[in-house]
Each structure stands twice: as C-alpha cells, then as structure tokens.
Design a protein around this ligand. Structure first.
Ligand code: MOS
Length: 733
C-alpha cells in the first residue's frame, strides 16, 4: 500500500459537500458571535456604547473587558501550550495593535451580530505606538534562543583572505496564509465540560490552550476537527476566536458560533513578518566558498515573541567553513507574526539562493556546478552524517527533466517570439521533523482494524495516507482499515506543522501495529481451535488479511477475535522520539533534512515587464513517498506558494500598522491561469534512519527555493537582479 496513488478517502465527501467542517455541526439554538477590533495601535479602551447596542434587534449581549469572564494568563504557560498571542482577549482595556479584539457582540443571527458590531462605538485613550514595518532598524532585540545566533570559524578573517565576494540585501514583504476556510469554531458547554468544533492543525494543542486559560483539566475540553480547509501555519497556534466563543458560551449558557471575516484573518490569525536579509558570500574565483554571513532583521509583537528564522538553512546547505548567522527583531505594535508555510526556510532561501546565484554569475560559473563545488557531504554545522541525502541526484535528475543544458550563461541572451527567456535554479531544503504520540488499535471479528489517534487532516491527505500506512503494517487491505482522527477523545497525537505529521504518526502507528500483530498471533497460538494452535509466532505472518503459517495453514485474521469470545481486541501504544519534542535533536546520531532543486523558466516582455513562468520543475529528496498522488499534490502546492511569493503576495501596512489590502481582491494569490507547466519528481529512496516507513515531511519543502529560482531566471532573462519581492513589472522596466 505504501507509495500507491490511492485517491483521497475524503474526496467524495469533500466534492459532494457532505464533509462536515467545524461551523456546520448542528447545535441547539446557537448564538452568533462577531468580534469588534481596535482601530488604534496603542492605548486603552475608554468607553463603549454597550447599552445602546444591546437594545438593537436580536442582540443578546456585548462582552468586553469590563464584563468578560476572567481567564488565566498565557504569559507563563509552558511551550506545549502553543498560543499565537500571549494576551487572552478581553481581559483588560489595554490595546497593543490595530485589529485587537476589544468587544464581542452576541446575537440570534449572524446578520444581527454583524450589524450590531458595526454600530458599536469604541472610544480610546490613545498613546504613541509604532506599527511601521518598513523601518526594521533601531531598538531591536537579539534573541538567544535556538540557533538564531550562530558562529562557526572566523567569517571576518575568511572575508579578508578571499579574492571574490558578493554582498546584497533582500527584502520580503509581510504575507498572510489565507486558507480557504476562515478561522471559526463552535463552543458548547455541558456543565464543566466544553466541546469545541474548530478548524485547527492541532486538536491537542487547542485542548491544552483552552484548558490552560479556563483553568480546567484537559479531560474537560474536547476539541473536534474532522475537516480543515487549509492551515499553512495559521491554525497551529491558538488564537482568540476559540477563547471568545468559549467565554461567550459559558457566560450565556448557550452554544456559540464564531466565524472570522476575511479581513479579520489579516489581524487575528498570524502572518509571515516582513524580513530584510543581508548576505555576504566570500570565496575564490574557482567557486569554493570560504565564508558566509547572513543577517536577518524582522519584527515581532510587543508581548508575543515570534522569530522568523531565515538563517537556519544557511547552517545546513553548503560546506562553508566560516559562518556567521544572526537575527534581530524589532518589537512593534502589530498583531503577532507566526509560522507560515516553511517559516524561516521560505524567506531564507530567497536570500541565500539569490546570493549564491549572484556569486556564480560573478565568476561566470554554472549555478549547479557552483553548488556542487560546495556540496555538504556531512551536516556543516554539527558535522553529523546525514540520515540520507540525495541532493546530487536531485540536481542531475532535475537538470535532465528541465533541459538545463539549454540555459545561456550570459544574461539577456535568449529571445523567443520577442520575449526575453531566462532559466534559473535554486536548492531547496527543509528539516525532517518527527515527534511522538499515541494510538489505539481495535480489531473486530470481521477483521476490520480501527485506528484512533488525535491527529488532524488539514487537507494534505492524512486520512488517506495513515490508512495506507496502517494497512501496510498490518498486512491487510486499506479497505479493511477504519481511520478515526481529529478528536481529542482519542489518544494524544501531534500537531500538523513543521512537515512532521506523516513521519510522526506514521511511525508510531507502525510501531504500535507491529506490537499489536504480535499480540494477535500470540492469542491465536494459544487458542485450541486455532489452525495455528501451538505454532511459533516466528512461523506466522499476516498477508492480505490472512494469518498464514510456513506450512501453508491460513485463516482470516478476524477468526482470532471470533474465537476469543469478545467483540473486539484492542491495544493502545505510545512512542516517544528523542525527548518527545520537536525540532533539532542534538542527541540524534544523524542530521535529517530533506533536499530538492527547483528550476524555473521565465518569459518577460521586454517593453512591459510582464512576467510569465512557462515552466517550473521540482525534484525532491524527501525519503519514501507514502502516496504518489497526495504526495505530489503537496509538492505542487508548495511550488505554487513559491510562485505566489515570487510574483504576487504582499501585505501592505500603513505606518500605524493597519493592513490596507485585507481582502483577496488586493492580496493576490496564484490562480490556475497563473500556473503553466508544473513538473514534480522525486528520488524515492526510504530514509529508515529517520522514520519507520522511510518517509520525511513534504508539506513545506516545495515553497523553499521556488521564489529564488524564479528571481534567478528573471536575472538570466533580463540582467536585472530583483532583491525585493514580489517581482512586479514596475521593477523590470
Ligand atoms: Mo507549518 S507553518 O509548520 O504549520
């Protein structure tokens, strides 16, 4: 089953409209909640015309800092309580940014609530704030945590001794995730027990965060997320909509439905912060790089420290003896930025891979040859062997598929039908992440295996792929597997983020199924009426739903359950990896990363600067592919995101920190008509040093490098180096 292009098990439900998303659950007489957001970036709420608005038709209540139920602060919460903002909503009158929740209107219908929200007049006592994302210098903080400041060798010395160097600054605007499904939920209390139907990348995280602020045992909070219309990072951390719905439902003793507006998504669910990156690469004329300096400036929220780690991949990608990687952040009166698809690596790769192209151009070397000259045979920053690295194979296969040999080394040297043609490439990488979790396995007398674990499918194919993995491990067909996901009543799983989930849950399911099989076989050999009575477990195997012995005795697996006298046989198992956490594991014997290469062809109108991308090719080393259909779709999707990053996406703010293009008419994301030929391939080799099935994550790597490949192709076509995304026609004429 593993690897086969099984169609999505949730496909028919999704296309026929019967898949139930969070807000579609039926609850008795719900109230509709609409949040009202601040219009100043710093100060406090002075007054609200609550009485007036509560008189409006259908309005039940206006909740604000003066009357909201009090919650426990997130300020000292442990890291597993992963919040998007440290300040829970409506707990005090302080305002830190434009778009902060200052009130919540509850009404009998959504229309009444929206209307009443618009009639709410909030007066402020305003103070001088700073929401200017265009000035990232001055009054910055240098975080110590993680690998954000990293020195190896002596960069300054390397620079002094080098014969060649390039230095450039790259800027990437703020960007918003904009999933199709807007953040929403239903909150429903039954005594002290709360049920939340939400759209989250981590049901256990939303459970932990809710339990934390309501000061209750997580057992009292059930979070259900069966279908999610995209997350991309904005539904991983915990945001205010869930808290608001839960507060209102508690205070008014009725189920509450909340659905943010598209505009709210620009203030209340995170974003990728604007970054300014300065890179210096030093080396010799033959293409050996001796030193690299990568400095990142960005911003974060006043209270919630989020750091966009652009320099992380620089430590990993090339064999460079002298490295200096640093990050600085300016706290601003803005909603907190947060993880957005390939956080760190996506913006970091635009800068690094553009700078690498600049160096190759300067010494007139082929960009792939240049990268191969600096190929990292071991992980550069910790010197560990790779668990498996097939980047060289990616370069070769990608160059072949794309026809890289047709590239002209000199820019502005290739015309086709009056258009400038350019070829560009960039390397892609993303860390391989794997955490732990638990799963319950239940087999019935029909031989159907039910698999329960509290993970969620954010649209990536988790329902399908986990079924394939479980079936493969059990030795049954995937039609005999019944997956049950997206509910905190199941054993604790893990968040869908950092491209970890297939490696995480896939591995702990395989480990559990192996033990479960052993237990079932033990049961069988102890049953007097079993054809395998008193056999040895080593002589038995399970294939295609049959237990088979080496001497040819066979029976259906469900027969073991039938004879047991019980309806089902079940088993719960939990496995940990490393410290059970996530991210870089310094105790691991290997360094585990995925790699790839992106090739882009651009076609540019020399008079108008109009850019089209006739071809994008990506070849990836992501370990074993679990499902060649959903897997390819993930990689296509990442590359489409990279296209958007390169040419379209940009959130503009005014100097106070107000988003001025908070809708999909003015925040441009790619559509089908933008995307021409898209080719994805991979080196399908299992990385068993990393996961049980040999797969690594694939959700994010597709975006990494794509913007740089396009920018490098633009340079190749025009001789113009655009270092400021998105690349728009005005920058080319
Ligand atoms: Mo992803 S940005 O790690 O949810």
């Amino acid at each position: 089953m593993i690897g086969s292009p099984k169609i999505r098990v949730d496909g028919p439900e999704k296309v026929s409209g019967t898949a139930k998303y969070a807000l579609e659950y039926k609850v008795d007489s719900p109230l509709y909640a609409v949040p009202v957001k601040s219009t100043i970036n710093r100060g406090s709420v002075a007054s609200i015309n609550v009485d007036e608005v509560e008189e409006l038709p259908g309005v039940v209540k206006v909740i604000h800092a003066g009357n909201a139920m009090k919650l426990k602060s997130f300020k000292n919460a442990p890291p597993y309580v992963l919040v998007g903002q440290k300040r829970a909503p409506l707990q005090d009158k302080q305002v830190d940014y434009i778009g902060q929740d200052v009130a919540l209107v509850l009404a009998e219908t959504l229309e009444d609530a929206i209307w009443a929200g618009r009639q709410l007049k909030v007066e402020y006592s305003q103070e001088q704030g700073d929401g200017n994302i265009y000035d990232l210098k001055g009054k910055t903080v240098k975080p110590e945590q993680g690998m954000l400041q990293f020195e190896m060798g002596a960069f300054a010395e390397a620079k002094n001794n080098s014969s060649t160097s390039v230095e450039a600054t790259y800027t990437i605007p703020s960007e918003h995730h904009n999933p199709m499904e807007i953040s929403n939920c239903i909150a429903l209390w039954d005594g002290d027990r709360l049920t939340v139907y939400d759209a989250t990348q981590g049901v256990n995280n939303y459970q932990a965060c809710t339990a934390w602020c309501f000061e209750t045992d997580p057992k009292n909070v059930r979070v259900i997320s069966k279908y999610i219309g995209g997350g991309f990072g904005c539904k991983g951390s915990y945001w205010s909509h869930t808290v608001l719905a839960a507060i209102a439902a508690k205070m008014l003793d009725r189920p509450v439905k909340i659905n943010l507006s598209r505009e709210d998504m620009f203030t209340s669910a995170g974003h990728r912060p604007r970054t300014l990156q300065n890179i210096t690469i030093t080396g010799d004329q033959d293409g050996k790089v001796t030193g690299i300096q990568h400095k990142t400036n960005s911003y974060t929220n006043i209270e919630q420290k989020y750091f966009e780690s652009c320099g992380n991949l620089t430590r990993v990608l090339y064999d460079i003896p002298n490295m200096s990687v640093s990050h600085e952040y300016k706290p601003l009166n803005l909603p907190s930025p947060v993880y957005m698809r390939a956080p760190g690596e996506a913006p970091g790769s635009f800068a690094l891979e553009s700078a690498m192209d600049e160096y190759a151009a300067k010494i007139k070397m082929d960009p792939i040859e240049f990268r191969l000259k600096n190929y990292a045979e071991v992980c550069p920053f910790d010197k560990k062997p790779w668990s498996l690295k097939k980047l060289r194979e990616c370069y070769a296969k990608g160059a072949e598929i794309f026809g890289w040999d047709q590239r002209k080394q000199e820019p502005k040297n290739n015309m086709r039908d009056g258009k400038l043609i350019g070829y560009g490439m960039a390397t892609s990488t993303y860390p391989a992440n794997r955490a732990g979790g638990a799963v319950r396995l239940v087999m019935d007398a029909k031989g159907i295996l039910t698999v329960q674990t509290a993970v969620q499918d954010i649209g990536t194919g988790t329902w399908t792929v986990m079924g394939q993995i479980a079936a493969d491990a059990m030795g049954i067909s995937s039609e005999m597997v019944n997956m049950e996901l997206g509910d905190t009543d199941f054993p604790q799983g893990f968040v869908s983020g950092g491209s970890n989930l297939t490696a995480t849950a896939g591995s702990y399911i395989i480990i559990a199924v192996k033990k479960f099989k052993e237990k079932l076989l033990q049961l069988s050999i102890a049953q007097e009426k079993s054809p395998h009575y008193q056999s040895s477990v080593e002589d038995l195997s399970i294939q295609e739903g049959m237990v088979e012995s080496i001497n040819g005795n066979k029976e259906k697996i469900g027969e073991i359950i039938k004879r047991s006298g019980k309806d089902t046989y079940d088993f719960t198992d939990k496995s940990q990896v490393g410290k059970g956490g996530f991210g870089y594991n310094k105790d691991a014997p290997y360094s585990s990363h995925s790699f790839g290469v992106i090739f882009a062809e651009v076609e540019i109108d020399p008079d108008l600067g109009v850019i089209t991308v006739p071809r994008l090719t990506g070849v990836f080393d992501v370990g074993k592919i679990m499902n060649s259909k959903t897997g390819k779709s993930q990689l296509y999707g990442g590359m489409v995101w990279g296209y958007g990053m390169a040419l379209l996406e940009k959130t503009d703010y005014n100097p106070e920190g107000r988003v001025v293009n908070a809708d999909l008419a003015e925040y441009h994301v790619p559509v089908n008509a933008d995307i021409r030929e898209l080719t994805v391939d991979y080196i399908d080799e299992p990385d068993y040093n990393f996961s049980e099935h040999g797969g690594r994550g694939i959700g994010e790597i597709g975006i990494v490098g794509t913007a740089a490949a396009i920018a490098n192709a633009v340079y190749n076509a025009t001789g113009k180096r655009v270092r400021d995304l998105p690349i728009t026609m005005d920058k080319l004429i």
